[in-house]
Design a protein around this ligand. Structure first.
Ligand SMILES: Cc1cc2nc3c(=O)[nH]c(=O)nc-3n(C[C@H](O)[C@H](O)[C@H](O)COP(=O)(O)OP(=O)(O)OC[C@H]3O[C@@H](n4cnc5c(N)ncnc54)[C@H](O)[C@@H]3O)c2cc1C
Length: 458
C-alpha cells in the first residue's frame, strides 16, 4: 500500500493506531478458521467519524476493508482475503447506556459479550444471546454474524434483540436504523438487514439492544446415554412435548473423551452421549418442566440423570461445555466447525447422516452443539497439511450441506457464511434470492471494497 495512504490513515486515527509491521499484520491474518491472509495495514479507529473518513479514503483508492472484532469467527469473516485495511473495532468498547426502565441498552461494537452480560445481570436484566466464545467475542462481531448460543432454544438469537444500529456505510455515509421502541417502524426493517450481514454491507458502530428481566430461578440437568441416537430422540420428543428448556446441548462420545482428557473433571468416558439441559423461569414452573425432562430422558434410555445442586456443580458442567472447542483442538491441529442446522424433528436423521458421511470419506467428525436448535455442530478434526485428507473433507462437507438443505435446514445456524460456505450459499437462497442479495450489496458497496470474498464468491 502506498505510503501516502498509510500517512492519511495515520492522520485520521493517530500514528500509534496504524501498523504495517509484519509481526503485527500476522496477528490479524487469521480468525478461528484455518486460512491465513495478511492485511496491508491494521487500523484501530476510536469513533464513528474516524471510520467514516477511513471508508471515504478506501473508496477513493478502491482499497478492501475488512471489519474485525475479536477474530473468533468460524466462517472466516474477518480474514483479509484481499489484503487491504484490517479495521479493528475493539477500541470502540464503551457501554453507552442501560435504560433499566425501558430495558434498552446502547453499546459500542467492541464491548466483549460476557462483560455486557455481567453488567446487565448485576442490574437484574438479561441479554440472552450467549455464544460459547463470549469471553472474547465482541458485540459487533455478534451482530455481524447474528450469533446464537446455548440459550437460543428458548430465547432466540442475536437478531431477536437488536432494536437499532448506527452503521457506517461502505462509501462513508452514516445511517441510524431502528429505534428503542420494541415494535413496527414505517421503513424497511434495516436492523434485520445489517444483522448477520457479516461486515459486507456496513460497519456497525453503535448497537441498541432489547433486554429482558433476569429469570429468577434455574435448574441444570446432565443426562448420560449409551447411545447417541437415543439422546437425539430425547431432544426431538422433549420439544414436541412443549418443554422449552433454556439450553439443550448435546455432546458425543469422542467429544466427552476430548473434554475429559483436557479438564479431568470426572465425565464418564464410556458414555456415548450427554445432554446438558437447563430450564429457567418461575420456580414452580421450572420444577414442573424438569420433571418432564427427567421422565423423557429416562424413557429414551438415559443411564444416568443428575440435577446439579450447587453453583460449583453447575459451573463445572458449563466449563465442560465451553471447553469442547479447545479440547477438540488438542486432538487434531485443524478443526472445521460446521453449524449446518436442521429442523429439530430431523435431529435423529442428521445424526445418522453425519456418521454415514464420516465413514464414507474416512474422516473424523464429532458432534456437539445446540441440539435444541437443531444445530449439531458437526466438527471435522483434521490436519490442513494433509492435502489428500483435506480433499476428502471438502467433499464430505459439501455432502453434509446438501443433506442439510434437503432436510429443510440452513447452512449456517449461527457462524455465518464467510468465505468457507460462500460457494454453497446459492443452494440455500436459490438463484433469485442470491441475485437479490447481490443487488443490495452492489447498491450499498458499488466498488465491492467492504469485506470482499465473503458471502459471495467472486
Ligand atoms: C470457541 C468458539 C466458540 C464459538 N461459539 C459460538 C456460539 O456458540 N455461537 C455463535 O454464534 N458463534 C460462536 N462462535 C463463532 C464466533 O465467536 C462468533 O461468530 C462471534 O460473533 C464473532 O465475534 P468476533 O468479535 O470475534 O467477530 P470477528 O470474528 O472479528 O468477525 C466476524 C464477522 O463480523 C464482521 N464484523 C466484526 N465486527 C463488525 C462490526 N462492528 N461491523 C461490521 N462487521 C463486523 C467481520 O468482518 C466478520 O465478517 C464461536 C467461536 C469460537 C472460536
Amino acid at each position: 500500500m502506498e505510503e501516502m495512504i498509510i500517512d492519511r490513515l495515520r492522520a485520521i486515527v493517530g500514528p500509534s493506531n496504524v501498523t504495517t509491521e509484519y509481526e503485527d499484520l500476522l496477528c490479524y491474518a487469521y480468525d478461528a478458521t484455518f486460512r491465513e491472509s495478511l492485511p496491508a495495514v491494521v487500523v484501530k479507529p476510536r469513533s464513528t467519524e474516524e471510520i467514516s473518513l477511513i471508508m471515504r479514503l478506501a473508496n477513493e483508492y478502491k482499497i478492501p476493508v475488512v471489519p474485525r472484532g475479536a477474530g473468533t469467527g468460524l466462517s472466516g469473516g474477518s480474514v483479509p482475503l484481499k489484503g487491504g485495511i484490517c479495521l479493528v473495532l475493539t477500541r470502540l468498547n464503551r457501554i453507552l447506556s442501560i435504560d433499566k426502565e425501558n430495558r434498552v441498552a446502547v453499546v459500542e461494537p467492541g464491548v466483549i459479550t460476557d462483560d455486557f452480560h455481567a453488567v446487565t445481570e448485576q442490574m437484574g436484566l438479561f441479554y440472552p444471546p450467549d455464544p460459547a466464545s463470549g469471553k472474547t467475542s465482541t458485540m459487533g462481531g455478534n451482530i455481524a454474524e447474528c450469533a446464537g448460543g446455548a440459550r437460543g432454544v428458548k430465547y432466540g438469537v442475536t437478531k431477536d434483540y437488536v432494536l437499532g444500529l448506527e452503521v457506517v456505510l461502505p462509501q462513508g455515509d452514516v445511517i441510524t436504523v431502528g429505534n428503542p421502541i420494541d415494535g413496527e417502524t414505517g421503513d424497511y426493517d434495516y436492523p434485520l438487514l445489517f444483522t448477520g450481514s457479516e461486515g459486507t454491507l456496513g460497519i456497525i458502530t453503535k448497537i441498541m439492544v432489547r433486554l429482558i428481566p433476569l429469570p429468577p430461578y434455574k435448574e441444570t440437568v446432565l443426562a448420560i446415554y449409551d447411545q447417541l441416537e437415543a439422546a437425539g430422540e430425547t431432544v426431538s420428543t422433549m420439544i414436541k412435548q412443549g418443554v422449552i428448556p433454556t439450553t439443550l446441548e448435546i455432546a458425543d462420545h469422542a467429544t466427552i473423551n476430548a473434554v475429559e482428557n483436557y479438564l479431568a473433571i470426572g465425565l464418564p468416558t464410556d458414555a456415548q452421549a450427554f445432554l446438558l439441559i437447563e430450564v429457567d423461569g418461575i420456580k414452580d414452573e421450572v420444577v414442573r418442566q424438569i420433571a418432564i425432562v427427567e421422565e423423557t430422558c429416562r424413557r429414551f434410555g438415559a443411564v444416568s440423570i443428575k440435577v446439579a445442586r450447587t453453583k460449583e456443580e453447575i459451573d463445572k458442567l458449563w466449563l465442560a461445555r465451553r471447553s469442547i472447542s479447545g479440547a477438540c483442538g488438542k486432538i487434531s491441529p485443524t478443526k472445521i466447525s460446521e453449524d449446518a442446522t436442521v429442523p429439530r424433528s430431523k435431529i435423529p436423521e442428521m445424526i445418522k447422516k453425519v456418521r454415514e458421511i464420516a465413514e464414507k470419506y474416512g474422516i473424523k467428525m464429532v458432534i456437539f452443539g445446540h441440539a435444541g436448535d437443531g444445530n449439531l455442530h458437526p466438527n471435522v478434526l483434521t490436519d490442513k497439511r494433509n492435502k489428500e485428507e483435506m480433499a476428502r473433507v471438502e467433499e464430505a462437507v459439501a455432502e453434509l450441506f446438501q443433506a442439510t438443505v434437503e432436510m429443510g435446514g440452513t447452512l449456517s445456524g449461527e457462524h455465518g457464511i464467510g468465505y468457507m460456505k460462500a460457494p454453497f450459499l446459492k443452494w440455500e437462497t436459490g438463484e433469485t434470492g442470491y441475485q437479490v442479495m447481490k443487488a443490495i450489496k452492489k447498491q450499498l458497496d458499488p466498488h465491492n471494497i467492504l469485506n470482499p470474498g465473503k458471502m459471495f464468491t467472486d
